[in-house]
Design a protein around this ligand. Structure first.
Ligand SMILES: *Cc1c(COP(=O)(O)O)cnc(C)c1O
Length: 417
């Protein structure tokens, strides 16, 4: 039995993840073309990308903007979420998902995630609905879609809008239709760590022309489709993407189907190879997910079943063996100072929001057990690793086995460094 790398042995994983972000001649030529054209600002490339990306996810309309955070904010405002309203969302996500409704003067209401995934639990949504609820923002975490049949049915029954945070879903499909095109609106991020990127960037998708026009107006200074250039209808902002970014995104989009296929094939090898390793629990596969982007290859680490090894010990060991692995968020979103009203000086809704002054949501005593547990157990192998070879995937499986065999030694390692 070979020695663990963390104790001086040879690393078992031989991975060569591509340097991220990936780019080649296509991006170089496209960027130079924009540079030399003199049209640097919103124009044909942005329009071409909006059309192409909407087609990719099978939505009727696409409206780009500066980043994924702004995309959710614009979607909330365009969807008509109003002052004092409640928006149901998940605590296991990036802050933007919950801060976006706040920008519309609404409050996020956190509903626990499922035990088996880190997606919002549809069974718990209805009990959180009140007369003030106006929307649901599910997050398809890691590119794994939430049960959109259930969520859309609940929304329809209670007359709520659905805004999908599809920030991990480039190419993901639910029953053959693109994520982000399943609810009323869907939003994506093209930030540098994402599976396709222009450093910063975002897009809002919808099948609803009126919502698309509103989103466009909010991202373009409140202008209208037909009005004069200095004619403004809404309190919007300037959130436009540039031609440089669109040129890069068009190149990245052309590469996406191949990348999705490679990540899927490799994830299947990992799912099969890791399924019998005691203490490692991969996420259940739903056959309604007909394509998945795999922003992370995610699994839960069960300390008890892994012979008492702590997740922090496991993560140190796996990194030393050569596998980059993300431990997930540091806490459920509601634990952030922003939501803990004891935090003095916090500004903005819901802390100092006149619409909810009389009955502010009580985040301080919120405890959502599955989200709290996921904070302790979640692990995600990064998407760049999933672009490797079949042999590399097999070496990942072998590495997990190696670490499992050395559980007793690992327990001796200092736990939290
Ligand atoms: C990255 C991300 C966002 C926001 O994207 P930015 O482009 O970084 O603003 C929103 N939601 C989730 C779940 C994300 O991972």
């Amino acid at each position: 039995m070979s020695k663990l790398a963390i104790f001086g042995g040879t690393p078992a994983a031989t991975l060569h993840p591509p340097k991220w972000p990936i780019h080649d001649e296509t991006e170089r030529v496209a960027l130079l073309e924009v540079l030399e054209s003199g049209q640097w600002w919103y124009g044909k490339k942005v329009q071409e990308f909006e059309r192409a990306y909407a087609d990719y996810q099978q939505a009727r309309y696409g409206v780009t903007c500066v980043n994924g955070t702004a995309a959710i904010e614009v979607a909330c405002i365009a969807a008509g979420i109003g002052a004092g309203a409640e928006v149901i969302t998940t605590p296991y996500t990036f802050i933007a998902t919950a801060s976006a409704p706040i920008c519309a003067n609404a409050v996020p209401i956190f509903v626990d995630i499922e035990k088996d995934t880190v997606n919002i639990d549809p069974n718990k949504i209805e009990e959180a609905i009140t007369p003030r609820t106006q929307a649901i923002i599910p997050v398809h975490f890691g590119g794994l879609p939430c049960d959109m049949d259930r969520i859309n049915a609940i929304a329809k029954k209670h007359n709520l809008k659905v805004i999908e945070d599809a920030a991990h879903c480039w190419g993901t499909q639910w029953k053959g239709k693109g994520a982000g095109a399943l609810g009323d609106m869907g939003t994506f991020s093209f930030q540098q760590t994402k599976n396709m990127t222009s450093a910063e960037g975002g897009i809002i998708l919808t099948d609803n022309e009126e919502l698309a026009d509103l989103a466009r107006s909010f991202t373009n200074c409140g202008r209208s489709k037909t009005g004069k250039w200095y004619e403004h209808y809404l309190v919007g902002s300037n959130l436009r993407l540039t031609e440089f970014q669109a040129a890069i995104l068009l190149a990245q989009l052309r590469r996406s189907p191949e990348h999705v296929a490679i990540r899927q094939a490799n994830s299947n090898i990992l799912l099969e190879g890791l399924k019998d390793i005691e203490g490692i629990r991969t996420l259940p596969q739903d056959e309604r997910v007909t394509q998945r982007s795999w922003h992370f290859f995610d699994f839960f680490f069960d300390e008890e079943k892994f012979d008492g090894v702590k997740r922090s010990q496991f993560l140190r060991a796996i990194e030393a063996e050569g596998i980059p692995c993300w431990p997930g968020y540091i806490w459920p979103l509601y634990r952030n100072p922003l939501f803990q009203r004891s935090m003095s000086g916090a500004k903005g809704c819901p802390m100092s929001c006149p619409y909810r002054e009389a009955d502010p949501p009580d985040y301080a005593s919120l405890y959502l057990p599955n989200a709290e547990r996921a904070i302790q157990t979640y692990c995600g192998i990064e998407h760049t690793v999933l672009l490797g070879t079949e042999a590399e995937m097999r070496s990942i499986v072998d590495t997990f086995r190696k670490i499992r065999e050395h559980a007793a030694e690992l327990r001796e390692l200092a736990a939290d460094v």
